[in-house]
Unconditional design. Structure first.
Length: 753
DNA sequence: GAGCACTGC
């Protein structure tokens, strides 16, 4: 801050007459005379090797030199000249850099040296799909550039903006964060260069950003774009980002630095992949050289189960043959595991059990977290059964579900690569080579093809993209998916009948929420319960707060029963949250009540953020003192957001039929309702052993026709119990005074339609 | 009478 030279503009420095004291200005001004985007490698290396930090004008620290030496060994460093040339010559570049190339840390620095964003008051952004990556890479790069994190180099993620306006010129951020910024600044004017890292992961946010940036690049010739990806996708991105038809975007390629991994296949398909996986792990333990093992399975239960079995069998082996079989530890890994237990993957393998006996081995049994988010050093063997849980979306019944599905070739390659990070490794694929070649898809389907897009469509609308169908997607979603999203947004009155975004829709897009939740929150002051709805919204935006340890299920269920409100799970959420806040002084409270401290803390964060959003729109936080009225209004507010997620009881076997989609469902066993009401509102449809609805509250038919008259229009219903029940509700309403209800409800009575 | 692939705003 105290740096008076901060205001000096190196961009213009070369235009000034030589300094009076006669000293060569370049010794004090390492960037003297540099012309942005026409910088050569020699100059950059000279500046990097100099005594003075060109960006802070402070002498370099001792550790700077040490770090610089290690940077010089990265494959990407050797190609600095080529990179700077291609960067100077092109607006859009596709870059391929395999694991260990150093692209994520080095390329943004090269760009900073060439682009000199600080001279123009602009920033270089580098997006990451994950928060931790944005944070840790920013920290590393700040060290490499010898600056304090949050000054010249910073990061920006939800809940944490570690940047200093006016000072920060290199910013790592999550892709979702950049997309949020785009909604208020569709041309992303603050940035001179935008780097999309890990583009091959094809997150929803990255996909939308690619489409958006392609358009912005045409309008803003001064904006440079770099798309960094894994090899297999490069050609697709090059074609997509061709500025003139037929001319692909240039490719910049950097080799990786990993060790070879030998891949083995099974001769025949394995009928039971879990059993085969366990067998393979034990085979490795008995027969292979020392080195840790990573086994990929699909979910928590499968993983815990496999760990138990591996441990049992390994103990048997050791007991039978202690001379030749070493000890083994088996560590489960999945994201819902508390961080402390996740740390166990970094424990080292056990030593030999007897002096000079065989060394021990560490087995990590993991979900896909170990494929992208977490790297475990020391893995030499990978066991890949070829499956993972993947999200699939069925637009016909508007349901997202998780399905165990075969992985893609790209994913299999990524998994195999995990064996070669420290030394040459082996990967055992539990499927045949023929299946690998013929059956596996090249790439995992991008998220945009597997998701409910109501949120995305609203975001695009807010970005000013009206014609969703002809938007330039890298991969266009199914028209039916877009139709479903438009339909929902129209029912919620976020879009008018012409498909234009309404003022309500604009407001909804500003909330980091699904449209239903945003709508419910925005209208909640009309129901005088915005305080409680804010809490519910926050609780619905974080992972499940209820813990249910395997060996204490009864105790956990009893604790939950004590906190439950019979009118519905949503009211229970309010109760739990309020109790959590009241009992904050008591460190053991969450523990003794079998609640997740982490999730509740997260809910508190989200609630605070949403409250700030509400304040911006002057939405008041209201509550009613009459509990009965409050409980009713909360559920009415729920209906105004979730009227498309209603189920009607059919018969007396506890079956429900979802409205319009006509799915036979049951209340989820975790549901806290003390009866089976005729009408229920649900937040989630889950398909497990059978179709369930989860997070459920009782609602009344009068509220449905009051608050969502269009949706519950009788003519749109087939004959059946649901229609009969609605008919009665309509008749009752017609018989009543038509001046309809109290003032609070009137505004949201009709979806503006 | 069940489960929670993984992210992100």
């Amino acid at each position: 801050m105290a740096d008076g030279k901060q205001k000096e503009n190196p961009y213009l420095a070369h235009l000034r007459p030589a300094q009076k004291d006669g000293v060569d200005p370049s010794s004090k001004e390492p960037l003297y005379g540099w012309i942005p985007r026409h910088v050569k490698g020699d100059a950059v290396r000279k500046a990097m090797n100099g005594e003075v930090n060109p960006f802070t004008k402070q002498p370099h620290s001792k550790q700077y030199k040490t770090i610089l030496e290690s940077r010089k060994k990265l494959p990407v460093f050797a190609q600095m000249d080529d990179f700077l040339k291609i960067f100077s010559d092109n607006q859009i570049i596709v870059m391929v850099g395999e694991t260990g190339s150093g692209k994520t840390t080095q390329i943004p620095q090269f760009v900073a040296f060439s682009d000199l964003p600080h001279a123009k008051g602009k920033l270089v952004a580098c997006t990451q799909p994950r928060r931790v990556a944005a944070m840790s890479v920013a920290k590393r790069v700040a060290d490499e550039m010898d600056v304090q994190l949050g000054r010249q180099v910073g990061y920006s993620i939800r809940f944490e903006d570690m940047t200093e306006p006016g000072t920060t010129f290199l910013k790592y951020m999550t892709d979702g964060m950049l997309l949020r910024e785009a909604m208020n600044d569709p041309n992303l004017e603050r940035y001179s260069t935008i780097i999309l890292d890990e583009a091959h992961e094809r997150t929803l946010a990255t996909d939308i950003l690619m489409g958006l940036l392609k358009g912005v690049a045409k309008k803003r010739k001064d904006l440079k774009i770099i798309v960094m990806s894994a090899t297999l996708d490069a050609v697709k991105f090059q074609k997509y980002f061709s500025i003139r038809s037929g001319v692909s975007a240039p490719l910049f390629k950097v080799p990786g630095r990993t060790h070879p991994v030998e891949v083995f296949y099974t001769q025949e398909p394995e009928p039971d992949y879990v059993e085969a996986a366990i067998r393979t792990v034990l085979m490795i333990h008995r027969a292979e050289d020392p080195g840790d093992v990573l086994l990929f399975l699909t979910g928590e239960e499968e993983i815990e189960d496999a760990c138990r079995k591996i441990k049992l069998e390994a103990d048997d082996l050791v007991n039978q043959d202690p001379e030749s079989v070493g000890p083994l530890i088996c560590i489960p890994l999945y994201s819902s595991l508390p961080p402390q237990q996740q740390q166990r993957i970094f424990d080292s393998a056990p030593g030999p059990r007897v002096p000079n006996g065989p060394p021990g081995r560490k087995i990590v049994v993991s979900t896909n977290v170990a494929e992208t988010s977490l790297t475990i050093d020391g893995i030499v063997y990978v066991v890949d059964p070829g499956f993972s849980k993947q999200k699939v979306y069925n637009p016909r019944i508007r349901v997202e579900s998780l399905l165990v599905s075969p992985i893609s070739k790209a994913s299999a390659q990524q998994r195999a690569g995990r064996a070669g990070r420290t030394r040459p490794g082996k990967c055992f694929r539990l499927y045949t080579e023929k299946d690998f070649m013929k059956e596996l898809e090249e790439q995992t389907h991008p998220e945009i093809l597997r998701s409910n897009l109501s949120n995305t469509v609203l975001e695009l609308m807010k970005l000013g993209i009206k014609d969703l169908v002809s938007f330039d997607y890298v991969d266009a979603p199914a028209p039916e998916t877009l139709m479903r999203a438009l339909e929902l947004l129209n029912y919620l009155a976020a879009l008018d009948d012409e498909g234009n975004i309404t003022p309500l829709g604009q407001m909804m897009a500003d909330f980091p929420l699904d449209p239903q939740l945003a709508k419910m929150l925005i209208v909640s002051p009309e129901f005088k319960c915005s305080n409680e709805i804010l809490t519910i919204t926050a609780m619905l935006s974080v992972p499940n707060v209820w813990l249910r340890p395997n060996n204490q299920r009864r105790e956990a269920d009893a604790a939950k029963a004590k906190l439950s409100v019979p009118d519905g799970d949503h009211l229970t959420m309010v109760n739990v949250y309020n109790q959590y806040v009241t009992n904050k002084h008591d460190k053991n409270w969450t523990w003794t009540n079998y609640l997740s401290q982490r999730a509740l803390q997260q809910a508190e964060n989200v609630r605070a953020q949403l409250q700030r959003n509400m304040e911006r729109f002057e939405l008041e936080l209201l509550s009613l003192s009459d509990e009965k009225k409050l409980f009713m209004n909360i559920r009415k507010a729920l209906v105004s957001g979730f009227f498309m997620q209603i189920a009607h009881k059919e018969g007396d076997k506890g079956n429900y039929l979802t409205v319009k989609d006509n799915q036979v469902v049951a209340l989820h066993p975790s549901c806290g309702l003390d009866s089976q009401p005729e009408w229920v509102l649900f937040n989630e449809f889950v398909l497990t052993t059978r179709p369930y609805i989860r997070t459920v509250s009782e609602v009344k038919s009068d509220w449905l026709i009051e608050l969502a008259a269009n949706y519950f229009d009788l003519t749109s219903f087939p004959d059946g119990e649901t229609k009969q029940a609605l008919k009665r509700a309509w008749a009752k309403r017609a018989g009543k005074d038509p001046s309809r209800g109290d003032g609070a409800d009137r505004k949201s009575k009709k979806p503006k339609h």
